[in-house]
Design a protein around this ligand. Structure first.
Ligand code: HEC
Length: 115
């Protein structure tokens, strides 16, 4: 329990969000909606970092109409899925590769946009 609470507090600091915990009999309860929202937020944030490091670096020079931001990335989730997982055209070229962890993260993010 304590480990979970520490994790949630760390997560809230990390995502810079505030939340209201409920206290019952000296035990703090964090609303599940908050936990879910923040887990989703951190998946999106992580995926944005991947899109920024591994995709925007090139798109900034060669495909400026596809610059990923935290605001537009969810609306492009289907396109990312198609190019990265189905056609495997992206990341283009041989220099930039995604690690298996990065693939997994992008997939988690794409799935999270479907709910
Ligand atoms: C080395 C350069 C380079 C890298 C790295 C790169 N791209 Fe691209 N990307 C391009 C170029 C150039 C185009 C436009 C021409 C084309 O589609 O091949 C493009 C097009 C796209 C498109 C639109 C394709 C379409 O036909 O609708 C998507 C979506 C995309 N990239 C996603 C990504 C993602 C996601 C990553 C990172 C995981 C990535 N790209 C990494 C160069 C790159």
């Amino acid at each position: 329990m304590t480990v979970l609470l520490k994790f949630i507090v760390a997560l809230s600091l990390y995502t810079n969000l505030e939340f209201t915990a409920v206290q019952v009999n000296n035990i703090e309860y964090v609303p599940l909606s908050f936990v879910k929202r923040n887990v989703a937020d951190s998946i999106t944030t992580k995926s944005f970092q991947i899109l920024d490091n591994k995709c925007n670096v090139c798109h900034a020079k060669r495909n400026r109409r596809r610059l990923f931001t935290l605001e537009n990335m969810n609306s492009w989730a289907d396109d990312v899925y198609k190019q990265v997982f189905v056609k495997k055209r992206m990341p283009k070229g041989k220099k930039i590769k995604l690690t298996s962890e990065e693939y997994q993260n992008l997939l988690n993010w794409i799935t999270s946009t479907k709910k």
